[in-house]
Design a protein around this ligand. Structure first.
Ligand SMILES: *Cc1c(COP(=O)(O)O)cnc(C)c1O
Length: 382
């Protein structure tokens, strides 16, 4: 029975499912391909510490984060793993790279100078990956200008070039453009002597891109975010054959049930009116927990294994659903599943996100601080 704050609303994180997903993704890739686990934004809302600890236990090869502060957090979990900072390092943040042994992304000469200065000051080499802009139009040196920067890095006494990478803009929607971007990277890599290539981590693919690993490809690492959390961003990709499973479920409880007469308006703004005498349930979560207001009058939740539509506007702390069709009496304390499974019914992150007019990545990042993450940690027996 409820009795703790975490019983009003919570996200259950199944770390064994995360481990199984990593195993499945790995087994679909050639053995030499390194697994860089992307754990930015609190490991996509799953909780950085527990997610990273589990991924370390099941031998992820490296981690990628958005900034030096996330990098420092990953470093605190365990020593030894390479940690790549994907985002820009601001002036003043360079010392964190040195102190936490992080790998910086380099997109231009200005960064090279700052990083060299920090390394010199610390009396210690600083590790970098060169990022190539092959058409994403965000970070990275434009591909046709990349050679000069590469040579500059090779000559640097203070920076150690450990990898080269690019990022796809449309891996889940435009295969032709993705191929163009991949070719631009490969054309650049071809200019590098093979011996040098072998020492570099060369990567391009995120979850949606994971497709073309031929033996002779110089690509030898992948950056996996969404897929390890059990979501297929791109149903026709090679990896769609993998049965990855959801890691996160999102639940709340029924706080009150009552009957109301036909015609009663529900919630702020009277955006919904009962079409018949109805039994409603008021749930103990709202947009303050991460249920998007855009899904007002659209979303559904699972109660007693049945889908129950949201009525009216979602409010900060409460959401009203229709439970008239549930024969078994619904009572305060009953679980309402917002994302996840009850019996044969399942609400996926994808469906939840469509109701909220957002993307799955965003849904994960929108679960607020008020939602405690509850970890299921059982080891996988294989
Ligand atoms: C977030 C991110 C990824 C991971 O993307 P997913 O689609 O979640 O797998 C990979 N590379 C970069 C540069 C990113 O920013």
């Amino acid at each position: 029975m409820p009795g703790n704050p975490q019983d009003r609303v919570w996200a259950a994180i199944d770390l064994a499912a995360l481990e199984r997903n990593l195993g499945r993704i790995r087994s679909a890739l050639p053995p030499h391909v390194r697994y860089v686990a992307v754990v930015k934004a609190d490991a996509y809302g799953h909780g950085l510490y527990q997610t990273v600890a589990r991924l370390m236990q099941c031998h992820a090869d490296a981690f990628a984060v958005a900034n030096v502060f996330e990098g420092a957090e990953v470093r605190e979990v365990g020593a030894g793993w390479p940690i790549l900072v994907l985002g820009a390092v601001l002036p003043g943040e360079e010392d964190h790279l040195v102190n936490y042994d992080l790998i910086a992304t380099v997109s231009g000469e200005e960064e090279v100078k700052r990083f060299e200065k920090a390394a010199r000051r610390a009396g210690q080499a600083l590790r970098v990956h060169l990022k190539i802009d092959t058409g994403m139009g965000r970070l990275g040196v434009w591909h046709s200008d990349a050679e000069a920067l590469f040579k500059r890095l090779e000559k640097s006494k203070h920076l150690v070039l450990e990898g080269i990478f690019t990022h796809f803009s449309s891996a889940d929607s435009d295969l032709d453009y993705t191929r163009t971007q991949r070719d631009r990277l490969l054309r650049f890599i071809k200019k590098i002597p093979v011996e040098t290539q072998r020492d570099l981590l060369v990567h391009a693919d995120n979850s949606a891109g994971l497709e073309s690993f031929t033996k002779d490809s110089p690509l030898n690492a992948v950056r996996v975010g969404l897929l390890q959390f059990g979501l297929l961003p791109y149903p026709t990709s090679l990896l769609s054959r993998l049965a990855v499973e959801p890691v996160l479920s999102f639940s709340t409880r029924v706080g009150l049930t009552k009957e109301l007469p036909s015609g009663t308006p529900i919630s702020y703004g009277q955006t919904y009116r009962l079409k018949q005498r109805s039994r409603i349930a008021v749930l103990t979560a709202g947009y303050g927990d991460g249920i998007p207001t855009a899904s007002s009058n659209k979303a559904e939740v699972l109660i007693m294994g049945k889908r129950c539509p949201v009525l009216g506007r979602i409010t900060m702390d409460q959401t009203v659903v229709d439970v008239t069709h549930i024969e078994h009496p619904v009572s305060p304390g009953d679980i309402a599943t917002l994302i996840g499974r009850q019996g044969r019914e399942e609400i996926t992150v994808t469906e939840f996100s469509e109701w909220g007019n957002c993307i799955p990545w965003e849904t994960f990042c929108s679960l607020t601080k008020r939602v405690p993450r509850v970890y299921q940690t059982s080891r996988v027996h294989t």
